[in-house]
Design a protein around this ligand. Structure first.
Ligand SMILES: NC(=O)c1ccc[n+]([C@@H]2O[C@H](COP(=O)([O-])OP(=O)(O)OC[C@H]3O[C@@H](n4cnc5c(N)ncnc54)[C@H](OP(=O)(O)O)[C@@H]3O)[C@@H](O)[C@H]2O)c1
Length: 326
């Protein structure tokens, strides 16, 4: 049975009413508290991650009804459950994804409706939990498409992105050998985890060849688009089908490299995107998996998070904490 009750409160939310540059179109405003529909839960948001995907949304990715909210990654406390939800009750601590596609508000708000959620294991705080969903889901899904087979050699380009950092840990955990390109921020941590690390940028195919581990079996490109794909194809022995990018879709089309949006749609199931969440949340609670947090901000300082993210050097997850200024 659902304890769904109409809620007449208002809340603060960061959202946009027209498409454009995020700094121009996003606003913090007051909106009705959303109702959890069938198969949804409503949470009091404790932490919400912002990412390049949010800015792409403002610029027209997945265009739909307006206004719409930003902020996919959420950790919070369940307030109400919609019809059909039986696995959580008000008061439970959960993390997961906001109902992100075309809703008038999403995770960057005092209160959010979630479409996928998991219990936060003991030992994992709201910040660490909120950093997980997009990085974990995106990294795991792409690696599974490439084949997470123990003993293979994987090259992760852009292992200093949240998605790349998660991908390195997932692959090492599944028994692959990992070569990572990264900047100074995470090079040391990636080496400590067990990856072979080399700087990103021009000449990376030669640097990887010098490591004596080419051709690599598979390549996951998570770096902000920067012209690296031809060198990544070289590192994979010239076979573009061994390279999958979640980032540089334009260059992928030119080179025959695989990209997120042209994989088999049947592979985009809830199980493929979220089935591994309990396992990795537990590992995170035990300190064996992490998506680093680079900064936290009150809701009304969303612009600071935007500016850091848009610099291209977020250096970890940027989290809004509505409780800081509620
Ligand atoms: N297709 C999908 O499903 C999907 C989903 C989510 C995100 N994405 C895409 O995946 C990419 C990563 O997203 P994210 O949220 O994890 O990004 P992010 O953490 O915001 O990425 C920022 C990091 O990128 C690193 N970086 C900057 N320039 C680089 C370069 N030329 N080569 C390698 N690394 C570089 C920087 O590391 P240093 O500071 O150390 O230089 C920086 O800290 C984005 O392009 C995003 O749009 C795709």
């Amino acid at each position: 049975m659902s304890d769904h009750k109409p809620d007449t409160r208002t809340m603060r939310t960061v959202r946009f009413h027209e498409y454009g540059e995020p700094a121009d179109v996003l606003r913090l405003e007051t909106a009705p508290v959303p109702e959890p529909g069938p198969g949804r839960v409503r949470v009091a948001v404790h932490a919400c991650g912002l990412a390049p995907a949010d800015w792409a949304l403002c610029r027209g990715l997945f265009a739909g009804d307006l206004p719409r909210g930003i902020g996919c990654d959420v950790a919070g406390i369940v307030e109400a459950v919609g019809p059909g939800v039986t696995d959580v009750v008000p008061g439970d601590r959960v993390f997961g994804t906001a109902d992100y596609a075309g809703q008038p508000s999403a995770g960057a708000a005092d209160v959010a409706v979630m479409d996928h959620w998991f219990a936060i294991p003991e030992g994992l705080d709201f910040l660490q939990a909120a950093a997980l969903p997009m990085a974990l889901s995106t990294a795991y899904w792409h690696l599974a498409r490439l084949g997470l087979d123990a003993g293979r050699t994987l090259l992760v380009n852009g292992a200093g992105t949240t998605i790349g950092f998660a991908a390195v840990q997932i692959a090492l955990h599944r028994g692959l050998r990992v070569i990572a390109t990264a900047g100074d921020t995470y090079a040391g941590r990636l080496k400590d985890l067990g990856a072979t690390v080399t700087p990103y940028g021009a000449g990376l195919a030669d640097r990887i060849a010098d490591l004596g581990q080419t051709p690599v079996d598979i390549v996951f490109d998570t770096a902000p688009p920067n012209g690296a794909l031809p060198e990544l194809v070289r590192a994979a022995g010239g076979d573009p089908k061994r390279v999958l990018t979640c980032s540089d879709l334009t260059a992928a089309a030119d080179l025959g490299v695989r990209d997120s949006f042209h994989e088999d749609p049947a592979a985009f199931s809830d199980e493929a995107r979220f089935g591994h969440f309990p396992e990795f949340a537990q590992l995170a609670a035990e300190g064996k998996f992490t998506v680093p947090v680079a900064g936290t901000f009150p809701l009304d300082r969303w612009r600071a998070a935007l500016e850091i993210s848009e610099s291209g050097h977020a250096r970890g997850k940027l989290l809004l904490l509505p409780g800081l200024d509620r």
